[in-house]
Design a protein around this ligand. Sequence first.
Ligand SMILES: *Cc1c(COP(=O)(O)O)cnc(C)c1O
Length: 243
Amino acid sequence: MKEDIIFNLKQVHDRIENACKVSGRDVSDVQLLLATKTVPAERIRIAIEAGENLIGENKMQEFRDKDSELKDLKIERHFIGHLQTNKVKDVLKYVSCIQSLDRLSLAEELHKQLLKENRNLDVFIQVNTSFEESKFGLPPTEVVSFIKEIRKYDALKIKGLMTIGLLDVEKEKMRPSLRLLREIRDEIYDAKIDGITNLKLSMGMSQDLELAIAEGSNMVRIGTSIFGNRFLGKEIWNENIAE
Ligand SMILES: *Cc1c(COP(=O)(O)O)cnc(C)c1O
């Protein structure tokens, strides 16, 4: 089990390195986030002790359940799932970044809670670039105005954009939803919104890692290629179903 995870991690790093080489990018521009939903704490520990430091969960409960077993490790935690407004306070106990900011009511609730706690929070704006009904995220055409609106919530530090690309067995069908996130970033830069610079793109999963890096990803979120298949009968994107 330990050997498997370490072997898989090396393979993923090789894939990242190769993809960077192919597109002439610097490896240091692409971070690896471990997508650890359903992965038990002891398996996460193996990856952290092998040198990783960034994990993402889709549910507050998973952060909570694994917290005590991982307490002694230095881990950066991002929230990458659909966040219900009534979970904001609990999630903030665990994370330094929320990658799934996708609506005004959530921005407002986060800001309110952050003011109470006298702190800031990094956020990524989740965009639905695959136009699939089942996925969360802002419609691409609304991102610029959304950013303008949430700038008043100044405890939120806008660090980038996140998308879950369209997954398909055909490689080239996956590319447009990744490219679109980069184009949206360009559009945001063109709008010259005060204080909005250096936005990162969080995109790329086990299946589309190489394409995502070719399209400019700065953070790939990898689960299956590191920890193996998840045995889930439920729709993994939709926290509302699983709860
Ligand atoms: C599960 C998940 C991933 C990782 O997907 P894999 O295909 O297992 O690599 C990435 N991002 C999000 C938001 C996820 O829920």
